[in-house]
Design a protein around this ligand. Structure first.
Ligand SMILES: Cc1ncc(COP(=O)(O)O)c(C=O)c1O
Length: 411
């Protein structure tokens, strides 16, 4: 996503040719002093409790590593949910696996009837997603895979923490994948968890010290941009001025907001905006992110995400033109985001964008062949659900501000 600064110094993003204000509230966790020092205990497990693991730069490369280990041959098939994003598909296409899609139910569980119909002689594996932080009934999927003699990949990109039927998420799959940057204030990171102790952990290559240095800088810059770690602010401003003076394109891009035509189509906020690059599959997560994660309190992330989700449930349950997609926050569930169903996405979404409400969309762009009639639930959710952030680094004021803006627009 490209950012731009207008003549008044306000920051905007260009989304499908339309200029929208950058959210003033962070969509993903940003580093703060409290994140480094506040400790909260929690008994809720994480996917790291499910087997040995290897750390890569993001979840999609963990899927790519799993696909390499499975060693798909030409014509082999992978069962994938109709409700998906491209970062789940690209790693499979990269190894030559053929995606076969199955339906999901309105409660985001796998539609078992349809799944059974999709299994063929070439099926090698099933990938199932614990959407938005809410675990599936994983025992059922484990039994299904055992009966069919296929492998299970648990996609826990949205579900770093939690348990299903008393066992940690991630522990039902032959493989589980996670995404650190979705859950912690780091700029990169994903992991592949391997259940079978006899399988070797794939080798990954450390990144250069330059990348690490840049990651330290960018992580702090990000925090300072959102007014966290304000003690470092003067030093950073001085450094930025120095950098701007010596940069060849030293002047910030300026534009007039009205130059940008409004797009007629529905606009979108991409989850991240970086594309799958097979060359990065064996690249390790930066040491910066590894070190940060080892310092952070998992319990704080768990408890604060749950608190924030409950605050949204209380505040957004009575909207007249929208409703929470998942109203029950069971014990041990640690949400990634707060999914909100909108009755009139077409008119409401651009207004939410213009009000700089931080949000994401999942499944807006589906793989060719996933037509609306293949899975009407996917069609509905991909067109009508937004996700608000509920991460641990949001302040109470920021939650109130998201709630207020959403209520004003959604009604
Ligand atoms: C369900 C799901 N799986 C996997 C991924 C890939 O994770 P990452 O963004 O860390 O590469 C994503 C992210 O977009 C996702 O939403």
């Amino acid at each position: 996503m490209r950012s731009i600064t207008d003549s008044e110094g306000n920051s905007h993003e260009i989304v499908q040719g339309r200029l929208i204000p950058s959210p003033d509230v962070p969509n993903h966790p940003v580093l703060s002093t409290q994140a480094l020092f506040q400790r909260i205990r929690s008994a809720t497990p994480s996917i790291l409790d499910s087997g040995h693991h290897v750390e890569v730069t993001s979840g999609r490369y963990a899927i790519a590593l799993a696909a390499e280990i499975i060693n798909f041959r030409d014509g082999d098939e992978i069962l994938l949910p109709a409700y998906h994003c491209s970062s789940m598909i690209d790693p499979m296409l990269n190894v030559g696996a053929r995606p076969v899609f199955y339906k999901i139910n309105r409660d985001l569980s796998v539609n078992l009837e349809h799944l059974k119909q999709q299994v063929g002689t070439q099926t090698r594996a099933l990938l199932a997603v614990n959407y938005f932080g809410f675990p599936q009934n994983l025992q059922v999927l484990r039994d299904f895979c055992d009966d069919e003699g296929i492998l299970l990949i648990e996609d826990c990109a949205h579900c770093f923490f939690g348990a299903s039927n008393g066992r940690p998420v991630g522990s039902y799959g032959d493989f589980a994948i996670g995404s650190y940057w979705k859950f912690f204030p780091v700029l990169d990171g994903g992991c592949l968890v391997i259940r079978d102790d006899s399988l070797a952990t794939p080798g990954v290559e450390a990144q250069s010290p330059y990348v690490d240095l840049k990651t330290v800088y960018n992580t702090l810059e990000h925090a300072i941009n959102y007014n966290r770690m304000w003690l470092l602010q003067p030093a950073f401003m001085a450094l930025e001025t120095f950098r701007t003076l010596f940069r060849r394109d030293g002047v910030k891009l300026r534009t007039n907001v009205s130059e940008w035509p409004a797009d007629e189509d529905i606009h979108y906020v991409e989850d991240d905006g970086f594309e799958f690059d097979a060359e990065r599959t064996h690249l390790a997560m930066t040491r910066t992110s590894q070190t940060l994660i080892s310092c952070l309190s998992f319990g704080r992330a768990i408890e604060r995400r749950r608190e924030n989700y409950r605050a949204f449930l209380r505040a957004l349950d009575s909207l007249s033109n929208g409703r929470p997609l998942i109203k029950d926050l069971a014990d041990g569930v640690v949400p990634y985001v707060f999914p909100l169903y909108l009755d009139d996405m077409r008119s409401v979404f651009p207004r939410l964008e213009d009000a700089a409400v931080p949000m994401q969309r999942f499944g807006q762009f589906l793989y060719e062949g996933v037509t609306p009639d293949l899975c009407p639930v996917t069609d509905d959710f991909s067109k009508n659900v937004i996700q608000l952030p509920c991460h641990q680094e949001l302040t109470d004021n920021e939650i109130d501000s998201i709630v207020q803006r959403t209520r004003d627009i959604v009604g």
